[in-house]
Design a protein around this ligand. Structure first.
Ligand code: DGL
Length: 252
């Protein structure tokens, strides 16, 4: 059995854990919610790099064999530094603009993400590789992370907050919306309700989970523990309440 470390600025990375656990149920997991320092979205790059190092040290001390940076903002800010400094494999989040561009009918793709992710090199590289003819419009999901961290994932307050950032993308003609932050899938029912039926919402987590499984196979970390109950250890730098509540909702 391998130990997979997963971290995010908060409970959002559980949307990635959920997809990983679906295909790798026989592994051990360590999940770190860095909610004492959440949100990461507007924080300086160096700050996020420092947090990522601290969390990586903790993960390695606790036996992680591979680490998933289940946070688009931390991937953008820190994954290159982590890969250069640590002798362990890191799997990061990829902005899913390419699969979105492949299915748009209007030719307009909408991206919701944090300011840090939208300013990052990885995102701009992904945009530069798109075929010409697809227009990408972006918006920061203002207040989305705070909603999820306070345990609010539906209802009028969530709808008002989501609508303020999503509507401009819909008004621009987007028929595909990429969720570029791992907290946002917890709001996907609200997002889908506001966007309506003709709009496809893309969560990159299943693709990240498949990539992790491939890398584990290559690294010889493939599970021998199939069928055993997984050991999931949850840690948080702040209050554990939301993390436990969302984790419970995933496993019920
Ligand atoms: N879950 C995050 C992401 O994927 C972090 C959001 C934040 O802390 O601002 O970007």
């Amino acid at each position: 059995m391998a130990t997979i470390g997963i971290f995010d600025s908060g409970a959002g990375g559980l949307s990635v854990f959920r997809e990983i656990f679906r295909i790798l149920p026989g592994e051990n997991y360590i999940y770190w919610s860095d909610n004492a320092f959440c949100p990461y979205g507007d924080k300086p790059r160096e700050f996020i790099v420092d947090r990522a190092r601290t969390i990586t040290d903790f993960m390695l001390e606790n036996g992680a064999d591979i680490i998933v940076v289940a946070c688009n903002t931390a991937t953008a800010a820190a994954i290159n530094v982590l890969r250069a400094e640590y002798p362990v494999k890191f799997i990061g989040m990829e902005p899913a603009v390419k699969p979105a561009a492949a299915i748009t009918r209007t030719g307009v793709v909408g991206v919701l993400a944090t300011a840090g992710t939208l300013a990052g090199q990885k995102y701009h590289l992904a945009l530069s590789r798109l075929a010409p003819g697809v227009k990408v419009v972006e918006h920061v999901g203002r207040g989305f992370v705070e909603l999820v961290e306070s345990g609010v994932t539906s209802g009028p307050q969530a709808e008002a907050v989501v609508s303020a950032s999503l509507q401009p993308l819909l008004d621009a003609g987007a028929d595909v919306i990429v969720l570029g932050c791992t907290h946002y899938p917890f709001l996907s029912d609200v997002i889908k309700k506001i966007a309506g039926q003709g709009v496809t919402v893309i969560d990159p987590a299943p693709a990240v989970a498949r990539h992790l499984a491939e890398v584990m196979q290559e690294e010889g970390l493939h599970s021998s523990g199939e069928g055993l109950p997984a050991n999931v250890r949850l840690f948080s730098s702040g209050s554990p309440e939301t993390l436990q509540k969302l984790f419970k909702s995933l496993t019920e």
